[in-house]
Every structure is written in structure tokens, then in C-alpha cells.
Design a binder for this molecule. Sequence first.
Ligand code: E4P
Length: 221
Amino acid sequence: MKFFIDTADIDEIEQARSWGILDGVTTNPSLYAKTGGRLADFEPHMQRICELCAGLPVSAETCAKTTDGMIADARHLHSLADNIVVKLPICAESLAATHALAKEGIPVNMTLVFSAPQALLAARAGARYVSPFVGRFDDIGEDGIERLAETVQVLRNYDFGHEVEVITASVRTANHVTQAALLGADIATVPLKTLMQCLAHPLTEQGVAKFDADWEKVKNA
Ligand code: E4P
């Protein structure tokens, strides 16, 4: 499974990149707002991420509400850097936009996907990536992994005539990562905090402490 980082924070992206595990970046308006960035800085900020992650897909979202608006924003965003993937929320307008953009070779990441039929429609319309959300189901007391399993399976059942990858999104825990990988999801987009959770294990920490203590004994023998 490929790892994307789910952030617009440059330091976090640099950290994940230094680990050699980074396959892409996803951002959204909330993640950009979290950096404290202003509207005027949005495009240079995205360009900086794209340069830092040259050759890797970097999702940038538009808040346009019409098909024409989405297409115009998508063309503009994609002109900022070759590796920009345009993120559109699933709806009738974004399906039409995706259909047009796919013909132009502009990749779309269909976001806010919460059901298998939404995922099928996104893939059929030409989306390069489909992003089912997991954690937001858990937030409302439902099982996000069960929903993810349905989406992974229905997309696997068909050849859409173009490459479609599932990005497991709204990942909040290391267990979400485990379950996404067990289901064979192509990608998980994971916040740095959750990547850190994936890295940690109490037995690893205990093991290091024991080795350090024993090595002190060796040094003092
Ligand atoms: C990624 O593409 C999504 O925008 C992101 O994973 C949403 O995560 P959240 O539900 O934690 O906001």
C-alpha cells in the first residue's frame, strides 16, 4: 500500500519525505486553513509542496460549485504544477467536470466519498483517484472500515478503461491503516500524527530501553 500524507504543512511533508515512505500528498481547504495560510499565499504554497514532492501526486481542492467553475479552477490549479491532482467533492457537477477533465488529461481525486455507488460513479466518470472517508463514519458511530471494504470490492470488480486507485481518507488511527492494507486499498492518506502512531509500539520502546540498559552493563564491565 502506498502512503500519502494528509496535510498542507510543509514541515510535516518534509519529515515524511525524509523517511522515504512518501508517495503523494493530499490537502483540502481545512488543512490549508490549519497552516494559517491566506488566500493570496495558497497558490505559491501549493507550488512549494509540488516542488518538494516533484513527481508525486499532490491533491489541491477547489470549492467551485458549478461544473464550469470546477473545470476552470482545475485547469488553473493544474497549470501551477504538473503533479497537481484536482480534488473535487462527489456531486452531479463534479461528475460532469471529471468527465471533461479526464479527456484533457487532468487527473481528479474524487473526495468526500461515503458509499460504493458514489465510488462507482466517480470511477466511471473518469476519476483517477477515489477517496472513501473512514474516520468520519466512526465519528457518527458507524463502521468506516466496513464501508471502505464495500468500495474497494466494487471498484475491484470492474475495468474502468483507465487507472483508478482508492485513497483511504479520513484516517485517524494505526488500525485504520492496518485495515486499509488488509483490504488491499491502493493508498492510505495519513496525517503525520497517525503516521507516528503507526511507527510506535510499546514493545519496541521497552526493547530499546532493555538493550540500552544492557549495553551500559557491557560498557561498565
Ligand atoms: C483527504 O483527502 C481528506 O480530505 C481527509 O483525509 C479528511 O480527513 P478528516 O475526516 O480527518 O478531516
